[in-house]
Ligand binder design. Structure first.
Ligand code: NAD
Length: 346
């Protein structure tokens, strides 16, 4: 069906397999860069996630982790789209053969208010989180970075590497995971799909020691990467805040950067402290942050990397605008390709 023929209430469902065929890392990275620009120039309306904490986080974790169900709403004016991501996160779900994170993106046309599409939000999350790391690395990592360490060889390990490969002349990938079979699968896939050799490291310390860029993307409940293990010139991409990276990095590195203050201050000194991001009240504050990408570094208010020896780290918790922008792109790509399944919901 062409969009012109659709009736109100008909929406396009785009599955995980279809997203994988439609959305390349390059296209996702480009869209993430555009999105940071829109956030910086005020073209985005987004709220912080609505967090429905299923379990009491001051209590020990239940067998499948402290569950949280979240809504991530955003509207991007230049795209005339609004999206809400509806996501469940149960860190230990893999123990019962379920994914730790699962999400659906609902895309709405802001001209008419009509729903347009339901997209597999897990693949969008995986790619846009790698894209977020890519945007940070573009401004903060050394342009000649050749060696990437992937700490945690899951979904994010794959998308982070794919984005770094778009940006840097990579020659080596060093991988560590607490589960050796994860490293093996990762290495097989990366060697086949990207033609990059992957070396298995014996520890996080050994992996970080030789890396220009370290991606910390684990489900570890406490820090596995420490400041003294990184060398001058290293950039760290930290997707879990300071859950799996030692918070001392914030002060010991030359520059601690966040994605966007509007989102990231929530888990650093706002209502999410003690719940996500690994910090407790008073650990760190805005005064410790060098800059954010969206409103300071990207618009040129503050420089990103200034010397080859600087150690830099970007921590973030993602932001709804990225889900909105990337899901919207997937919808457009699906329409162009004639992909997806139309369903009538009303
Ligand atoms: N900031 C964001 O916007 C954002 C978005 C998505 C995911 N995340 C976070 O990124 C992390 C990775 O997500 P994913 O989807 O790739 O998960 P995943 O389950 O696919 O992969 C996580 C990997 O970490 C490994 N791991 C666990 N403990 C470890 C340890 N102590 N040392 C080394 N490796 C260890 C696991 O074995 C697994 O291979 C999660 O913590 C998730 O919450 C952040």
């Amino acid at each position: 069906m062409s969009p012109a023929d659709r009736r109100a209430g008909e929406i396009l469902v785009v599955s995980r397999e279809e997203v994988a065929g439609l959305l390349t890392p390059a296209a996702c990275l480009e869209r993430c860069l555009e999105t940071f620009g829109w956030v910086g120039d005020g073209s985005v309306v987004q709220t912080n996630p609505v967090n429905l904490y299923v379990h009491d986080r001051s209590q020990p974790e239940p067998p499948f982790g402290h569950g949280v169900v979240q809504a991530f709403p955003a509207m991007i004016r230049p795209l005339e789209r609004a999206v809400v991501k509806w996501l469940g996160s149960y860190r230990q779900n893999p123990r019962r053969n379920l994914p730790a994170i699962s999400a659906i993106d609902l895309v709405t046309d802001t001209e008419t208010g009509m729903p347009l599409a339901l997209i597999d939000g897990t693949s969008v999350t995986n790619l846009r989180t790698g894209g977020h790391a890519g945007v940070g690395a573009k401004y903060l990592a050394r342009p000649d970075s050749e060696v990437v360490a992937i700490i945690g060889c899951g979904n994010e390990g794959r998308t982070h590497l794919a984005m770094m490969r778009e940006l840097f002349p990579l020659s080596r990938v060093i991988a560590f995971d607490i589960a050796p079979e994860q490293v093996e699968r990762f290495a097989t896939e990366v060697e086949a799909s990207m033609g990059l050799p992957v070396e298995a490291a014996s520890s996080v310390e050994a992996a970080a020691a030789e890396a220009d860029i370290v991606c910390a993307v684990t489900t570890a409940p406490q820090p596995v990467l420490f400041s003294s293990w990184t060398r001058p010139g290293t950039h760290v991409c930290a997707a879990t805040g300071f859950r799996d990276v030692d918070k001392a990095c914030a002060r010991e590195f030359d520059k601690w950067v966040v994605g966007w203050y509007g989102r990231d201050l929530e888990w650093i000194e706002g209502p999410e402290v003690g719940k996500i991001g690994g910090l407790q009240a008073g650990d760190l504050s805005r005064a410790d942050i060098y800059a954010d990408i969206a409103t300071e570094i990207m618009p040129g208010v503050k420089p990103g990397r200034e010397s080859a020896a600087e150690r830099t780290i970007m921590t973030h918790m993602g932001m709804p605008a990225l889900d909105c922008a990337v899901a919207s792109l997937v919808y457009d790509l699906a329409l162009q390709a004639g992909a997806g399944t139309w369903i009538s919901v009303f």
